[in-house]
Design a protein around this ligand. Structure first.
Ligand code: SPD
Length: 446
């Protein structure tokens, strides 16, 4: 919903409930409804021309440089030799203008779904549309997901300049698109996507970083200041198949530096430094023991080690706390006695001698192992103990030369395991036996 009252445009949107950015308007220069969205172009009092899609501000002439420079130069300078670049979205041309500043780039494929946005930029935003006519640019008017799906292992850098995850941009914030992005990168490729506001869309940012953590060996998050976006900033979700991202790996020429107004090598690195609440949100394993109200002391009072035996009653206490204990187990608890010696590795966490967490691995002792029964007493959770237990198990198993280590993540813990080096096994599905099967065709036998 867009409201213009007394000459002020207010950006009212359910994505930032209870707040709205207002910009004083001089006149509406152009307005149209394309097949995909409502497109409005205003002349504002103090921010120059302002492009609005479906009533959401996409850019103003006064501060667009911050977004476009960072979205383009952070991934491009993180790559040692970006030759083939794909830009998804960005119909205004701002990203193309920045990508075209890199002489090493030989080909810029550009996939934009809405020709009407390109038309508006050509007519009204010449300082952004300059990139359209660079001879290296090839325009594809298609759906971004489909385009990426159709171009496997094709790009050194992919930049996704999307609107918000409502309207035509929604699919660009979802797992299938990120899987396709990954497949479309060449070896050592880098992807950068519009990463929303960490203050206002913490959930969305978490979701994006969980997706990239699951899929990519390197992933991180950076941001830039843009006064005309809600919260005054916008994030970049970055992922790579190799490069470390946080430092530029190529020098910037002084000629190029002079053309820029926001990006420089220092701000490249600084843009990854996040407020601590975001560090905690993006790294679930960071110890929160300093958080208010945690019942037990510092993480350092917890000892995690591989054990050869434990008190079975303590295992029972853990299982009970986790809700795994069934009354019928009380009839014969002897299985607890062999739980430790029946495991290839058993790691336990102790707070001053009391067991507060455990995890164990089962293995043939030669090639592969499965971690299971990871449990931490509720009041000891979110202190990094789970991470230490997994690390102890990995260490114990690799010492036994077992390097294929699998586990089944419980819902919501995928990010935790991904942060420890585990990856989903593409194409595999966990199964559980639910009773004798019907006498039907079983497919191929194993
Ligand atoms: N909340 C608005 C986010 C807009 C991001 N895309 C901007 C497109 C500019 N090329």
């Amino acid at each position: 919903m867009n409201t213009i009252i007394n000459g002020w445009f207010s950006e009212i949107c359910p994505m930032w409930p209870g707040m709205a950015l207002s910009v004083e308007i001089e006149e509406l220069l152009y307005s149209t409804k394309s097949k995909f969205q409502q497109i409005d172009l205003y002349m504002t009092k103090t921010y120059g021309k302002m492009l609005v899609l479906d009533n959401i501000i996409q850019l103003t002439e006064r501060d667009e440089f911050a977004y476009h420079e960072m979205m383009a130069h952070v991934p491009l300078f993180a790559h040692p030799n970006p030759e083939r670049v794909l830009v998804v979205g960005g119909g205004d041309g701002g990203i193309l203008r920045e990508v075209a500043r890199h002489d090493c780039v030989r080909q810029i494929d550009w996939c934009e779904i809405d020709p009407a946005v390109i038309e508006v930029a050509r007519r009204f935003l010449p300082t952004m549309a300059v990139g359209f006519d660079d001879p290296r640019v090839r325009l594809y008017m298609e759906d971004g997901k489909k385009f990426v799906d159709d171009h496997k292992q094709s790009y050194d850098v992919i930049i996704v300049d999307s609107s918000d995850p409502i309207g035509p941009g929604k699919a660009l914030f979802e797992l299938p698109f990120y899987k396709a992005l990954k497949a479309s990168l060449k070896q050592g490729g880098v992807a950068a996507t519009q990463g929303e506001s960490f203050f206002i869309h913490t959930e969305c940012v978490n979701n994006l970083t969980n997706i990239t953590r699951q899929l990519f060996p390197v992933q991180t998050y950076s941001y830039m200041l843009v006064p005309s976006y809600p919260g005054g900033h916008l994030g970049i979700c970055l992922a790579s198949l190799g490069p470390e991202l946080k430092k530029p790996v190529r020098p910037i020429s002084s000629a190029m530096q002079q053309t820029l107004d926001y990006y420089n090598p220092e701000i490249h690195q600084a843009s990854f430094v996040l407020p601590h609440f975001m560090n905690k949100a993006l790294n679930p394993d960071i110890s929160t023991s300093l958080a208010k109200g945690k019942p037990c002391g510092k993480e350092s009072s917890i000892e995690v080690k591989i054990v050869q035996s434990v008190n079975p009653l303590e295992i029972k206490a853990l299982y009970r706390d986790a809700g795994w204990w069934k009354d019928e187990y009380d009839r014969d608890t002897s299985f607890l006695d062999t739980l430790v010696c029946g495991s290839t590795c058993f790691a336990a966490a102790f707070d001053r001698g009391t067991m507060v967490g455990m995890g164990r691995a089962l293995s043939d002792g030669v090639s592969d192992a499965y971690i299971q029964d990871m449990v931490i007493l509720r009041q000891y959770q979110k202190q990094g103990i789970g991470r230490r237990i997994i690390q102890a198990l990995i260490h114990g198993l690799t010492e036994k030369k077992i390097d294929w280590i699998g586990l089944i993540s419980t819902p919501g813990n995928q990010g935790f395991y991904a942060g420890m080096g585990f990856r989903p096994m593409e194409g595999h599905t966990p199964f559980v036996f639910k009773g004798a099967p019907e006498p039907i065709d079983h497919g191929s036998e194993q």
